[in-house]
Unconditional design. Structure first.
Length: 704
């Protein structure tokens, strides 16, 4: 402090001794700025703690002073300062009338209801209206009450109008910036104004409306410090927007060196996925943690705000834009009908419920065996019904698809029209060593649900299947293929005798059974994407089973939308296959996620990298390449993303015998027989290694 006082006194006297260098002068300036900012922060904190009434009193008192100042300066501008007679003395009545007219109008136009920190265009328009109207009324007063002895120049009113606008509006804009605590946001390149406030420095890709809103939100929240824009619009390159310089994409490295940016926020919510993929490909080579603001539809629906920052959506890396839905196909099996979703709390089931709700069924039955999952999806759908005032009855039903009596009771009671069967065990390694549960849930659960639908006269039944049912190498895939075969066989029967019916009674079949098969969905439970995010946060390594392993990916909303449309297209027994695009190498996906998180991959070629990719070997039942079709007989449909596959099948009577034998083998813990029956029944099933059920293996190992 003494050094600052000495240097300051030297500057004031104009005497810079040899002890006073330019560097010390800079220190003085920076020190004064720092002390001033501390004082300003204290004043700001004091003002923010005042009561609402106290704040309004200060605003009104300040506005009265500003009105008087504007009126006085109006005379100065008109008459000049040298020869002007004191306007307060000559026109005292005018200085009384001006605030008496202006302040009530300011109150009426809501100028004292605006919060300074959120002061925006609407508040400025209100000021313009209030000041203009008060000036007009003051002009009328001047016209009626001025006389020859006390003439008020006509230009005074015009001067008063524009001066009031500048003073009232300017002060409020200045106070907004003051309360935001970022006076020098618009002067980051000016000497002595740059500072290190300890906040992460972020660049924003996209200098449009979303980018500017994001800058305002970040400055207000004071969690990150925006330092630059990046935009490929040539017309704004190298210009200043919201106090930030706009850089071209090819100058990103230069931007990093100048600003020290550590993160990049993608603010292009309305761009297509293909365009976002191009941008992410460009950014991958820079040491920046890339995140994004939500998509346009999320913003428009109110689910999220523009300042809700999230990790980069991996769907953007795939770069495929979803095909617009065909409304007639979406509504055919849902609108005005009673719809039931099994496995309603799962990844696919819950998204199906969201989209079905928007298509306005009369009743939506949520059938789920997990109480927690059912509670979550029911609460979410109830809120949507309330917010959108939908006339849809949503009912949560706890139950298992292995309970055939419960399924039949529910479908008959509510006169269900359409069933979407999403309930299944789908994690390959889990089902591989819990074979009994896999068979009972995936095969018998589907059988129970289908037979209950047939008995209760359900019109439409849609099975959610998987690409792992194609030439399966694991128990999960083979059980899902067997579930498909069950529906194929039932669909061919006009009046089948149901499995397990000792009375041998034929049932009239009025149900149209269809199956929809697709690959991995991004973000589902057990998906590799959430696992990679978790491993990156922990510092690695990222675990990949094999360097060459590939998978097909689709977003959950797109998959659910296509499932609904495909389910409306079939004639009965159809196996529909969704166009999953190109397969993705998992190791490349892992590398992209590491790069876009701001890290580098540690490998033999880069020993000083941040995060390593570790190959753990294929898990039991897992294969390198997933297939989507059996055979080459693929038929196009009216939808460009949906194809129909011709599948082998067994007659219903023969399939019932196989199912009975399979159940007997499971009951007897004879898993050699289980594998033999699956191989004989499911075309292309080629299990790798021994088939082992952990529970029954342990039971047999224990001494009797």
């Amino acid at each position: 402090m003494r050094q600052y006082v000495f240097l300051l006194s030297s500057l004031v006297r104009g005497k810079l001794s040899s002890r006073v260098s330019i560097k010390n002068v800079c220190k003085v300036v920076c020190g004064i700025y720092y002390l001033g900012e501390v004082s300003m922060n204290n004043i700001r904190t004091f003002l923010l703690r005042l009561s609402r009434r106290q704040k309004r009193f200060i605003q009104v008192a300040t506005d009265i002073l500003l009105v008087w100042s504007a009126l006085w300066f109006a005379f100065v501008v008109r008459l000049g300062i040298d020869d002007m007679i004191n306007p307060v003395k000559m026109h005292f009545w005018l200085f009384i009338a001006a605030p008496l007219i202006a302040i009530p109008l300011f109150i009426r136009f809501g100028m004292y209801r605006a919060v300074m920190r959120y002061f925006g265009n609407d508040a400025l328009i209100a000021i313009i209206k209030a000041v203009s109207l008060s000036s007009l009324i003051l002009a009328v007063v001047v016209y009626w009450y001025s006389n020859h002895d006390n003439v008020v120049p006509r230009s005074i009113i015009f001067n008063y109008w524009w001066l009031s606008l500048i003073m009232l509006g300017g002060l409020r804009l200045a106070m907004r910036q003051y309360f935001l605590g970022d006076w020098f946001a618009a002067a980051q390149h000016v000497p002595f104004t740059s500072r290190d406030d300890g906040l992460p420095r972020v660049a924003i890709y996209g200098a449009g409306a979303a980018g500017n809103q994001l800058v305002a939100a970040l400055r207000m929240g004071r969690v990150m410090r925006p330092v630059a824009f990046i935009d490929d619009d040539e017309s704004i390159a190298d210009r200043i927007i919201s106090g930030l310089q706009v850089y071209k994409p090819e100058h990103i490295q230069q931007m990093i060196e100048r600003t020290g940016a550590q993160e990049l926020l993608l603010a292009v919510p309305s761009s297509s996925r293909a365009r976002r993929r191009e941008i992410l490909g460009l950014l991958e080579g820079f040491p920046l943690h890339v995140r994004s603001v939500p998509g346009f539809m999320d913003l428009a629906s109110g689910r999220v705000k523009v300042d809700d920052i999230q990790e980069v959506d991996i769907a953007d890396l795939l770069g495929r834009d979803p095909v617009p839905a065909q409304g007639e196909l979406q509504e055919r099996c849902i609108k005005g009908l009673c719809v039931m979703v099994t496995g309603a709390g799962g990844s696919i089931g819950s998204e199906l419920c969201r989209q079905i709700l928007a298509l306005k069924p009369t009743t939506l039955l949520l059938y789920e065996h997990s109480e927690f999952n059912l509670y979550n999806i029911f609460g979410e759908l109830e809120r949507r019904v309330g917010l959108k005032s939908l006339s849809v009855k949503v009912l949560p039903i706890l139950g298992s698809v292995r309970n055939s009596h419960k399924l039949l009771d529910v479908m008959k009671t509510w006169h269900v029209d359409t069933v979407y069967h999403a309930a299944a065990y789908k994690h390959v390694p889990m089902v591989e060593h819990n074979i009994a549960e896999g068979v009972l849930n995936n095969v018998i659960g589907t059988l129970n649900t289908a037979q209950a639908a047939l008995q209760s006269g359900v019109s439409n039944f849609v099975l959610i299947s998987t690409d792992k049912a194609v030439r399966p190498t694991n128990v999960m895939g083979s059980t899902k293929r067997l579930a498909e075969m069950t529906l194929q066989a039932l669909s061919r029967e006009v009046a089948p005798v149901l499995f397990g019916d000792s009375a041998n009674v034929s049932r009239v079949n009025k149900t149209r059974f269809t199956m929809v098969r697709f690959g991995n969905v991004l973000g589902s439970s057990g998906s590799v994407i959430p696992l990679f995010h978790k491993q990156i946060k922990a510092g690695g390594p990222l675990t990949v089973t094999h360097p060459k392993i590939t998978r097909y990916f689709m977003t959950i909303p797109e998959a659910a939308q296509l499932v609904i449309q495909a389910g409306s297209m079939g004639q009965g027994g159809d196996v529909f296959v969704l166009d999953m695009g190109e397969p993705v190498r998992i190791v490349e996906l892992a590398e992209k996620m590491i790069h876009l998180s701001g890290f580098s991959v540690r490998s033999d070629k880069n020993l000083h990298g941040d995060i390593e990719i570790e190959f753990t070997g294929l898990r039991p039942g897992e294969k390198l390449y997933e297939e989507l079709l059996i055979g080459d007989n693929v038929v196009a449909t009216r939808h460009p993303m949906i194809m129909c596959a011709n599948e082998d099948m067994l007659p219903w009577d023969e399939l019932k015998q196989r199912l009975s034998q399979l159940l007997d083998a499971v009951d007897q813990d004879d898993y050699v027989r289980v594998r033999q029956l699956l191989r004989e029944t499911v075309s292309g099933y080629a299990p790798e290694g021994e088939i082992v059920d952990w529970i029954h293996q342990q039971r047999r190992a224990e001494p009797s």
